[in-house]
Design a protein around this ligand. Structure first.
Ligand SMILES: NC(=O)c1ccc[n+]([C@@H]2O[C@H](COP(=O)([O-])OP(=O)(O)OC[C@H]3O[C@@H](n4cnc5c(N)ncnc54)[C@H](OP(=O)(O)O)[C@@H]3O)[C@@H](O)[C@H]2O)c1
Length: 256
């Protein structure tokens, strides 16, 4: 499905981004994989190469640094000569029972929003040439307040609006922009955001029990939706934010 297409994925070294990398590799995409942890990035790249015999370009980079954003763009274009799809997936969380300290607030915003915004603006001219598309990895928390994760919720609400504004702005160039809004997925996100292993276990158990489908969305499920939106099969989908959460946002019918 992505034969001869160049797909750039940020945060490809872990969780949902790694699952997306594997899914695109299965569909024969040429990949640029971006992350900070080179060991993890190389592991994912090897997994992808086994699937389609195409060696991904790996770029160890921090999307909060403008010089790194420049490098991501240049190295991808130098290697492939074009970019067809941008998956803005890299993101962080910060979990705090009180008001989040300024430093953690800034980290969430500079990663989830500023880095994503600036990388998108650098990649857009190349997407215009290929009439490509962008998929932003947002969250159901863009629309569901959770006080322990206020900056994260704020960042994802802004990412949804970024998706819609950019879709409108880039439509004349033939570039589509969409978002995927997953419910909780078992990745490193919550532990890295400050949650203990025990609390993570308890949270996912509770979510599973309360989920209408009695299950939790997996990275592979999200990747399935992402690859669909990035494909030509979704050529009429633009500026949309797709929830994928096993029905969690619907709430518990037994409470009615
Ligand atoms: N897990 C969930 O429940 C869930 C639900 C909804 C949405 N999401 C969203 O899904 C996306 C992926 O998260 P995940 O759950 O897969 O978490 P994860 O396992 O912690 O992965 C996060 C990825 O983002 C990368 N990253 C973070 N900061 C970065 C930076 N400054 N520069 C470059 N890369 C950076 C990490 O790279 P390194 O590891 O190499 O540092 C890692 O590859 C995030 O946008 C998150 O908000 C997650």
């Amino acid at each position: 499905m992505f034969h001869d297409k160049v797909v750039l994925i940020t945060g490809a070294s872990s969780g949902i981004g790694a699952a997306c990398a594997v899914a695109f590799a299965k569909s024969s995409a040429s990949l640029t994989l971006v992350g900070r942890n080179s060991d993890n990035l190389n592991k994912v790249a090897k997994q992808c190469e086994k699937l389609n015999q195409l060696q991904p370009l790996t770029i160890v980079a921090d999307i909060t640094l403008e010089t790194d954003l420049e490098r991501i763009t240049e190295e991808t274009v130098n290697r492939y000569g074009k970019i067809d799809v941008l998956i803005n997936n890299a993101g962080v969380n910060s979990i705090s029972p009180t008001i989040t300290p300024a430093e953690a607030f800034d980290t969430v915003m500079t990663t989830n929003l500023r880095g994503t915004y600036l990388l998108t603006s650098k990649i857009t001219p190349y997407l215009a040439k290929t009439k490509g598309n962008i998929v932003n990895i947002s969250s159901i928390l863009s629309n569901k307040p959770l006080p322990m994760m206020t900056p994260y919720c704020m960042s994802k609400a802004a990412l949804d609006m970024f998706t819609k504004c950019t879709a409108l702005q880039l439509s004349p160039k033939g570039v589509r922009v969409n978002a995927v809004n997953p419910g909780p997925v078992k990745t490193e996100l919550f532990r890295r955001g400050g949650m203990s292993d025990v609390d993570c276990e308890r949270m996912f158990l509770g979510i599973e029990m309360n989920s209408p489908l009695k299950k939790i969305t997996k990275g592979e499920d999200v990747a399935e939706l992402v690859t669909f939106l990035a494909s030509d099969r979704a050529s009429c989908i633009n500026g949309s934010c797709y929830v994928i959460d096993c029905g969690l946002l619907l709430g518990d019918a037994s409470n009615l």
